[in-house]
Design a protein around this ligand. Structure first.
Ligand SMILES: NC(=O)c1ccc[n+]([C@@H]2O[C@H](COP(=O)([O-])OP(=O)(O)OC[C@H]3O[C@@H](n4cnc5c(N)ncnc54)[C@H](O)[C@@H]3O)[C@@H](O)[C@H]2O)c1
Length: 283
């Protein structure tokens, strides 16, 4: 029932059959089952050689998209195929974003989607951290995403459509000892997401992020005491309410959703996919 003014109500139950008919006919026209999330779309995925970026690339291709797979690691070249154009580049270097967008347009004719996924971490207390350490993290995790978003927007604006998905973290919100540069960078990425979303939606471009929890990837390999970053993530993940870390494919599914028209009303969201880690704080 809707309240019109104090003491006067209108009962919508009488109109239910009409609403149901309207709803069903609308549903038939835009049958949700017929929305193929990303078939034929052209994407850039950064950090595509391994972990979450690799899973995102594989899922997009499986759904019929074309991908420029960018990574600093030449191993990304192994992904080359009819639907994947690899690009070996440092996302924080001048010109790499321009190269990625040009490759998407030259090879696949357009650009519909950017996934800012590449990221690095360093494990040092603030007092031990050099300026170079700090700047390297910021350059890759924030500046790389900024540069790629800027260049992608230039290609998407004339189309008046597109989506940008950033891979943020529960570290965008919460503090962890010894990774101050990382948490600061992921906090900045969340704010870039929200602010760019306001600017981009004017052109029909949606910008969102996934706030990932612990995922079984190699990201900690260089910083884990014994070099076994996957084991460290598995152990940390056991502290989440779900009792485990995620597989990269579970984060890729959220990225696919945010990239697709199924997320058509989502603008500037940082969607947590962290096994409940962020809702458990304090418990
Ligand atoms: N694994 C986790 O627990 C976790 C949790 C939250 C967020 N994330 C985020 O997920 C993203 C992907 O990380 P991952 O866990 O898959 O790690 P990963 O190390 O498996 O993958 C990161 C990829 O980025 C690439 N890369 C690093 N620096 C680059 C640069 N300058 N230019 C281009 N490519 C570069 C690496 O070569 C690698 O292939 C990162 O942004 C990370 O912060 C990961």
């Amino acid at each position: 029932m809707a309240r019109l003014k104090p003491g006067r109500y209108i009962c919508f139950h009488a109109f239910e059959p009409i609403f149901r008919w309207l709803g069903e006919s609308t549903f038939k026209e835009t049958n949700m089952q017929d929305i193929n999330e990303v078939e034929g779309k052209v994407a850039i995925v950064t950090g595509a050689a391994s972990g979450i970026g690799r899973a995102i690339t594989d899922l997009l291709v499986a759904c019929g998209a074309y991908v420029v797979a960018e990574d600093i690691d030449p191993a990304v070249e192994a992904l080359a195929g009819p639907r994947v154009a690899p690009l070996v580049a440092d996302i924080s270097a001048d010109g790499s974003a321009e190269k990625a967008v040009a490759l998407a347009v030259d090879r696949f004719s357009r650009l519909d989607l950017l996934v800012n996924n590449a990221g690095i971490i360093i494990n040092k207390c603030v007092v031990d951290m050099s300026r170079d350490d700090w700047e390297r993290i910021m350059n890759v995790n924030v500046t790389g995403a900024f540069l790629h978003s800027r260049e992608a927007m230039k290609a998407m604006i004339p189309q008046r459509s597109g989506a940008i998905v950033n891979v943020a973290s529960y570290a965008s919100y919460f503090a962890f000892r010894t990774i101050a540069a990382y948490t600061a960078s992921k906090g900045a990425l969340a704010q870039l997401t929200r602010t760019l979303a306001l600017e981009a939606i004017e052109y029909g471009i949606r910008v969102n992020a996934v706030g990932s929890g612990d995922v079984l990837t190699n990201i900690l390999n260089k910083v884990a005491p014994d070099g076994n970053g996957v084991a460290a993530l598995a152990t940390h993940g056991e502290g989440a309410p779900i009792g485990r870390a995620a597989n990269p494919e579970e984060i890729a599914e959220v990225v696919l959703f945010l990239a697709s028209e199924r997320a058509s009303f989502m603008v500037g969201s940082v969607v947590m996919a962290d096994g409940g880690m962020s809702v458990r704080v304090g418990a």
